[in-house]
Design a protein around this ligand. Sequence first.
Ligand code: 5GP
Ligand code: MG
Length: 177
Amino acid sequence: MEIRGKRLRLLIKEEDIRRRVEELAGEISSSFSWDEPPVVVALLKGAFIFASDLVRAFKRPVIVDFMRVSSYGHSTESSGNIRILKDIETDIEGKEVLLVDDILDTGLTMKEIYEFLKMKKPKVLKTCVLLDKKERRRVDFEADFVGFEVPDRFLVGYGLDWGELGRNLRDIYYVED
Ligand code: 5GP
Ligand code: MG
């Protein structure tokens, strides 16, 4: 597999992702009270495929909403100053909320969005990421539910892009140097 002249190496197979997403859904599901439907908030664009598999693995109805954020600045590194391009449309006050992203890297994005959603006064706010690059963390933030710990490599596929390409790949790859 190759994108923009860079070779992609397989890291996590579709079948392993599928199995782990099912497990995560089970763990998350037993953590919800189910008094009323929980709200799943997924971050666009990277989390769209993970979130769609995750919500379909729940056996009871959930509300799905999306946010779109972008980091300021031109660097490929998160600047820690995120801009909200699209807010959720659901009133989450008093609700159980699960914030979902594709990957936790420096932690800046999740930490800022977590604090932003907290201000809307949910009853419970939990977080879930499919991938976690633990060694890259720059702020004190851990997700409640993590699919896989991954090495410090640039990852592509299953929603994650390499210059907007590769989101549709079924497996997760790393870009070879
Ligand atoms: P953080 O704020 O934790 O540094 O960055 C999180 C965001 O950076 C993720 O939502 C994702 O968009 C992007 N990101 C971090 N690492 C990778 C990676 O390896 N591949 C891709 N495609 N995006 C990444
Ligand atoms: Mg992202």
